[in-house]
Design a binder for this molecule. Structure first.
Ligand SMILES: C[S@@+](CC[C@H](N)C(=O)[O-])C[C@H]1O[C@@H](n2cnc3c(N)ncnc32)[C@H](O)[C@@H]1O
Length: 255
């Protein structure tokens, strides 16, 4: 990892940690605060990335956080931020749970912007482990941009065209290639590999994975642009064409 990428990663993750209004996490943080009290709880941040949300959990509540990620570069940055902010109720580890399965139980398992990056057959195996790793009243909380979201391509910072993922694939791929640049990850190390790694996640696909693991949906919110206005904040339009306006799905599961 170059120094420039390291700095970019640290700045990004630190912003996610410290800025309550970080654009793509504002709704997540508000919702998590409203719905959950993590005080005294054991929390797994699965796919913690560079640790922004793990550090936020650990600083917002007196809880015990374990952040794991399959990517060593992300974990290195998370550990630097942990040291910088002297946050001792969080532990970060590089771990591939298919090689080294989860062996503890948690009150909360968070998967924040992770599920859409994992091939569905692997996600199914991970959810089977979650079913064994939740305490009896434990909650699995999954957030992700659904595939119809205007930003689901994950490349909108360079290709400023919403829903670009629905253009013919040869066009999308060559466009992304022309804008390609390195990313912090050692696995998803550039924009092209990040786009190719997406599993085109939908609520239906996620429900199939959860049902197979015998996890039950206990809450769902589909956040769309118009929810920003207070008079429309609870409006949930999940049918065509409004489903294309949903920017993020939030789903909680229990055993
Ligand atoms: C978009 S990042 C989100 C990071 C973090 N949750 C956040 O909100 O900032 C997706 C993360 O999922 C991780 N990931 C992908 N597949 C994984 C797997 N099988 N096990 C653990 N982490 C995984 C990636 O390495 C990456 O750090």
């Amino acid at each position: 990892m170059t120094d420039a990428l390291l700095l970019e990663g640290m700045t990004y993750a630190e912003g996610n940690f410290l800025n309550e209004n970080a654009p793509h996490l504002k709704v997540d943080k508000k919702l998590i605060k409203e719905r959950f009290d993590l005080t005294g709880k054991k929390v797994l941040d699965f796919g913690c990335g560079m640790g922004g949300m793990s550090l936020w959990y650990a600083n917002t509540w007196d809880c015990d956080v374990y952040g794991l990620d399959i990517d060593q570069h992300h974990i290195d940055i998370a550990n630097r931020l942990k040291d910088k902010h002297q946050t001792y109720n969080v532990q970060f580890e590089r771990r591939d749970v298919l090689e080294n399965p989860l062996d503890e139980q948690y009150d909360f398992i968070f998967m924040n912007d992770v599920a859409e990056h994992i091939p569905i057959q692997i996600l199914r195996q991970i959810f089977q482990q979650f079913a064994l790793s939740l305490k009896p009243d434990g909650v699995l909380f999954v957030t992700y941009p659904p595939w119809k979201s205007p930003y689901a391509s994950h490349v909108n910072h360079v290709i400023k065209l919403p829903w670009v993922q629905f253009l013919p694939q040869p066009i999308v791929r060559s466009w992304i290639k022309s804008k390609n640049h390195s990313l912090v990850g050692d696995l998803e190390s550039d924009l092209v590999s990040a786009y190719e790694g997406l599993n085109h996640l939908t609520h239906k696909k996620l429900m199939a994975v959860a049902n197979e693991a015998r996890l039950t949906l206990s809450y769902r919110k589909s956040h769309a642009f118009y929810n920003k206005w207070s008079s429309l904040k609870n409006l949930q339009l999940r049918f065509f064409p409004f489903d294309f306006l949903i920017t993020k799905e939030f789903a909680a599961f229990k055993m």
